[in-house]
Design a protein around this ligand. Structure first.
Ligand code: ZN
Ligand code: ZN
Length: 254
């Protein structure tokens, strides 16, 4: 078992540090562990859910120290990056400066009619125009070529009232681009607990209909827990592997 989407306390909404996750990885027989905390941003955007710029070096050193202390585990250094065209050169620069093994691209919010629309606004339902704006940002992020894989492509389903033809249309747009760009997509299992915590009747993501469609496009998938606590290091990943197997999504190996 591997997990390449792991956070630390530095992002202010996760618990535990590198060594706590490594300890759990040992207990759970996770042989490959990738750290991908939320990247600090130079303009301080959405600062309360990410580390500060002054914490980046400490984060890097913590992962490198964890790697040094655990030579029998494959430990990778990465970051989860909120895409905006303004940040692309910054992401490239820090990847090079700290010799990061990988970057995950994410769309948690996207520009829409001069505003930033988040995927986590409770009670908000995306109409077709908003869905298209989300997909547009997602595809632009993939086109930068700086990300190793893209996180939770189906995150927009948090803001849907069930699956609909508009959702299918923008999903096909994302999947077609992912296939053309050979960009792996993440089957993010954190959405299972999140959906249940939000009292949703259906699991918002990983969205079954999205992955069923993905199978037809032949995209690659990587199952992750998106752990924000050491105890949730492998939480609900069995459901992700089940989806991957059921729809014969080719596993991406990092
Ligand atoms: Zn997070
Ligand atoms: Zn995310």
């Amino acid at each position: 078992m591997n997990n390449f989407h792991t956070h630390t306390y530095r992002c202010k909404h996760a618990k535990g540090d590198v060594l706590d996750y490594i300890k759990m990885a040992r207990l759970k027989n996770v042989g490959e562990l990738g750290f991908s905390d939320h990247t600090p941003l130079p303009d301080g955007w959405w600062q309360d859910v990410r580390m500060g710029m002054d914490e980046l070096e400490g984060y890097v050193n913590a992962v490198l120290e964890g790697r040094k202390q655990n030579p029998n585990m494959r430990i990778l250094l990465g970051l989860e990056c909120d895409y905006s065209p303004d940040y692309v050169s910054f992401f490239q620069e820090i990847k090079q400066r700290y010799q990061m093994d990988y970057l995950i691209g994410s769309i948690h919010a996207f520009p829409y009619e001069g505003e930033s629309v988040g995927c986590f606004q409770e009670g908000k339902v995306f109409d077709y125009k908003m869905l298209k704006a989300y997909a547009e940002s997602f595809v632009k992020a993939m086109q930068t070529g700086i990300f190793t894989f893209m996180a939770h492509p189906d995150l927009f389903c948090l803001s849907l009232n069930g699956w609909n033809p508009e959702a299918l249309s923008v999903s096909a747009y994302i999947l077609e681009a992912a296939k053309a760009l050979d960009m792996p997509l993440e089957i993010n299992c954190s959405g299972i607990k999140k959906s249940m915590d939000m009292g949703k009747f259906e699991i918002a993501y990983p969205k079954r209909e999205f992955w069923e469609l993905a199978a037809g496009f032949g995209v690659k998938g990587i199952v992750s827990s998106d752990a924000h606590t050491p105890e949730s290091l492998t939480q609900n990943m069995d459901a992700g592997f089940y989806l991957q197997k059921e729809y014969q999504i080719e596993p991406f190996v990092l």
